[in-house]
Design a protein around this ligand. Sequence first.
Ligand SMILES: NC(=O)c1ccc[n+]([C@@H]2O[C@H](COP(=O)([O-])OP(=O)(O)OC[C@H]3O[C@@H](n4cnc5c(N)ncnc54)[C@H](OP(=O)(O)O)[C@@H]3O)[C@@H](O)[C@H]2O)c1
Length: 324
Amino acid sequence: MSEKKVIAVIGATGAQGSGLVRAVAADRDGPFSVRAITRDTTSDKAQVLKNLGAEVVSADVDDAPSLRRAFQGAYGAFCITFFWEHFSPERELAQARNMAEAAKLAGLQHVIWSTLEDTRRWVPLDDQRMPTLMGKYKVPHFDAKGEANRLFRELGVPTTFLLTSFYWDNLIAFGMGPKRGADGRLEFTLPMGSKKLPGIAAADIGKCAYGIFRRGPELIGKTVGIAGEHLTGAQMAASLTKALGEEVRYNDVPPEVYRSFGFPGADDLGNMFQFKRDFEEDFCAARNVLFARALNPSLQTFEVWLAENKSRIPIEEPRAVGNY
Ligand SMILES: NC(=O)c1ccc[n+]([C@@H]2O[C@H](COP(=O)([O-])OP(=O)(O)OC[C@H]3O[C@@H](n4cnc5c(N)ncnc54)[C@H](OP(=O)(O)O)[C@@H]3O)[C@@H](O)[C@H]2O)c1
């Protein structure tokens, strides 16, 4: 029988969770073992995690009893919601409640809640600088996560609140990479003006989460923000130019133009970038690169990430930005 403490990982086959599963599995002599939670234990992705040594267990964040079973006997859990699967902040709130209640019932000793700011603390609903969306949000996929923080607090779940950053991987999978303009030259579009965007390699989020579990009680009740680097659009374009061997221009568009791009969620993302731009100081201050590197010494910079991933960035075919 293993004496190791079990960390249950929601979203284990996804961008954030899989990094954590891999980090725990790679630390063979460490104090933890990992329970990967998926809706389909027979999928190829689940098989990969099994082969790494993870226990693979079925649960759905919409199904409270399944979560209770999946958390049973565990020491800790990584909790996350999946806004872009359903575009519903209310559903994220219900899912966060399910996870917080299951964590409480299972008596977990340490939970990481992957969260983001409730932007309404900075931009109240009656503030006209950006439109109110879905009736009561400014940045729906941020606000519900921030609102859900209190569910973990109110239930007394021993939680570390993990503020994540923009995945550089969005340049690969979600159409946010450079595209050819009408003149055939590459453009990298971001509505950030000259302000810095905290970014991170998605795989590093899970590694930082593992660092949080390793530190244990000292980070319970705390909010921890992570990023690989804080970069302006111009700096990102310069790194892309170097990596791709072809000039990439920074195409700074106003948030209202970004909101009008028309893909599902464009208004949410336009507001999100505007929030990051207009509150750059607070947003960057909440995401400490040095602390992230202390949690995860192999934390990648944008240039290191690009060296590894540049060939995966689709640039020839113009694609709709979306599904971020
Ligand atoms: N993209 C960014 O830059 C960024 C930055 C910060 C935060 N975020 C946030 O990150 C969240 C998504 O995380 P991610 O990128 O790690 O997700 P992801 O890569 O899309 O993976 C999500 C995984 O979760 C599982 N899943 C989906 N619905 C589920 C459900 N109802 N119950 C249980 N598991 C479910 C799926 O696994 P199975 O199919 O195996 O069940 C899937 O592999 C979003 O809420 C987003 O707002 C994104």
